[in-house]
Design a protein around this ligand. Structure first.
Ligand code: GTP
Ligand code: MG
Length: 172
């Protein structure tokens, strides 16, 4: 059995990566956030899957360590941050991960409190295009919507992956 899970959050500036982490930890929306959250470790007994979970706020420098799952965060009210998921973040992740060790990706649409409509229409074609995307979730660090779900999905993507771990056609 796996001894821990390492979750990395990436995404465009100001989409709310640090706020998401702080909201999870303190169960309230932080009015002021540092640029970057310190790496935090959630003890096994308070995680749904009973595995110690490290959460890393990507600084834009270095490779972010050996992540087991990567959350690409965008803001549902920011079209550019959605476009960058496919134009920047997915290619960057592919360039930095070993082809043989699939790292699951979760698309995270933050700031759902600011819009009426969902971003799913835009996101679904992206999900279908990239097999490494495990799931997607819309959430709000501000009203704490789907925050614990997000981290649960991330744990689950590592511990119980649903996607293909091995693609025979890519091995040739
Ligand atoms: P960088 O570290 O600069 O890349 O930004 P970040 O992605 O860590 O975003 P950060 O958490 O600093 O949040 C950016 C701004 O968005 C702040 O003013 C937050 O208060 C605000 N914000 C974050 N999450 C939400 C949310 O769910 N809803 C709303 N309305 N505002 C949010
Ligand atoms: Mg930040």
């Amino acid at each position: 059995m796996r001894k821990d899970v390492r979750i990395l959050l990436v995404g465009e500036p100001k989409v709310g990566k640090t706020s998401l982490i702080m909201s999870l930890v303190s169960e309230e929306f932080p009015q002021v956030v540092p640029y970057r959250a310190e790496e935090i470790t959630i003890p096994a007994d308070v995680t749904p899957e009973r595995v110690p979970t490290h959460i890393v706020d990507y600084s834009g420098k270095g490779d972010g360590g050996e992540a087991n799952v990567i959350c690409i965060v965008y803001a549902v009210n920011n079209k550019k941050s959605i476009e960058k998921v496919t134009s920047h973040w997915i290619p960057l992740i592919n360039d930095n991960t070993d082809k043989d060790s699939r790292v699951p990706v979760i698309l995270v649409g933050n700031k759902s409190d600011l819009v009426e409509h969902s971003s799913m229409e835009t996101i679904l074609p992206v999900m279908n295009q990239y097999t490494e995307i495990e799931t997607c979730v819309e959430c709000s660090a501000k009203n704490l919507k789907n925050i614990s779900e997000l981290f649960y999905y991330a744990q689950k993507a590592v511990l119980h992956p649903t996607g293909p771990l091995y693609c025979p056609e890519e091995k040739q």
